[in-house]
Write a protein that binds this ligand. Sequence first.
Ligand SMILES: [Zn+2]
Ligand SMILES: [Zn+2]
Length: 481
Amino acid sequence: MPSHQPVAGMSAVDPEYLSSQPSPMAKSNEPNREKKYNPEKKHITEYPLTRENWYKHVNWLNVTLIVMVPLYGLITALWTPLKLKTAIFSMIYYYCTGLGITAGYHRLWAHRSYSATKPLELFLALCGAGAVEGSARWWSRDHRAHHRYTDTEKDPYSVRKGLAYSHLGWMIMKQNPKRIGRTDISDLNENWIVVLQHRHYLKFVIAMGLVFPMLVCGLGWNDWAGGFIYAGILRIFFVQQATFCVNSLAHWLGDQPFDDRNSPRDHVFTALVTLGEGYHNFHHEFPSDYRNAIEWWQYDPTKWFIASMKLLGLAYDLKEFRSNEIEKGRVQQLQKKLDQKRARLDWGVPLDSLPVLEYDDYVDQCKNGRNLILVAGVVHDVSGFINEHPGGKAMIKSGIGKDATAPFNGAIYQHSNAAHNLLSTMRVGIIRGGCEVEIWKRAQQENKDVQFVKDGEGNRIVRAGNQVTKITEPVTTAGAA
Ligand SMILES: [Zn+2]
Ligand SMILES: [Zn+2]
């Protein structure tokens, strides 16, 4: 076994580093590292991974805790009979330890989305330790960095480095402590329960991860082995894998209803796996909201747990963003999606890019055989459409070389919104001078506000019924032209 080089704050359970933690009242933002740590010395992660040094890059303690031990549990389970009572207790304890992470580590300590009374905090600190995912203090520090520096180099479990990295790789491989973004955990350093759990983490882990479930199953129904393998090791394995999904799956699978600039996503599957932490796009937008799911029908048992604790008087100050703020984010994201969709469509050559024709020139060109039609000051080449015109060839031909503003807008037929849209794709020029331009100007004035509204990409938004060819007021002069 290669010599294990302790890495500051990078191990789920590193007794050497834990025992050398600063006192609870130490300076608030003192780096989370051991005394032996020398920032001057080049860290192993600063050397490229090679065939000779790969084992030095591996965090063997974490490999043991999250790979070797579960593997041992899986194999031993083959000849360890599973009793019904042990199975039921393992499930219950799975939820308790899962909530220790989601309701405790995550929503209470990392985000302070609610306040808890000391008995509840103690319960969560004990259960959280039973999940064997590091101390609440260590976990919250990394998680705050994850929120502050999402998807960047400073994100401890950036999904940009791959799904496997964000799930397990970041724990299995050593991380350079200089790389992780710094965060303020002064509030946690002032919390005696968090500090106690951090300083005696190993005792907490052994007691809550293995001894407690063994005692329950052993003293309860004389199933010591089952308690050790099923309620202990395998339950830890499943809780770990489930909660690791918040870092991996929740940044990879699902929709982005609030913001799509970063990786967090919402998916019911992730929610089912992670006790409700699957509405992660919402969570990254509103991290201090005690909810992840905002709809009553969405699966968020962590939220239900916190709300129940409030009813019991054990939790208070539950933070919620106003639905007005939440909906604003949702509408903006919808608008963005809409803009992207709109930008992919052909809305015709922009009016200001069209050549300007004299009216006489337009008439001449039609006499020479071009199939142009003038509607509201805009010239359209309808050559390809004459045979397809739903109103018949004769009708469309009767407009060639004339001002068809009035016939197109109701004098003969009130064309549909779709017809105006289609017509805009045929536009080839704009007429200068004459009464047609007056109509064109009027149309512009009528639609003034709407016509020059642009989306986020600078593309003009043409709303239904606001096409430039659409004349809403009765046209008297144009019909005579
Ligand atoms: Zn996240
Ligand atoms: Zn979070």
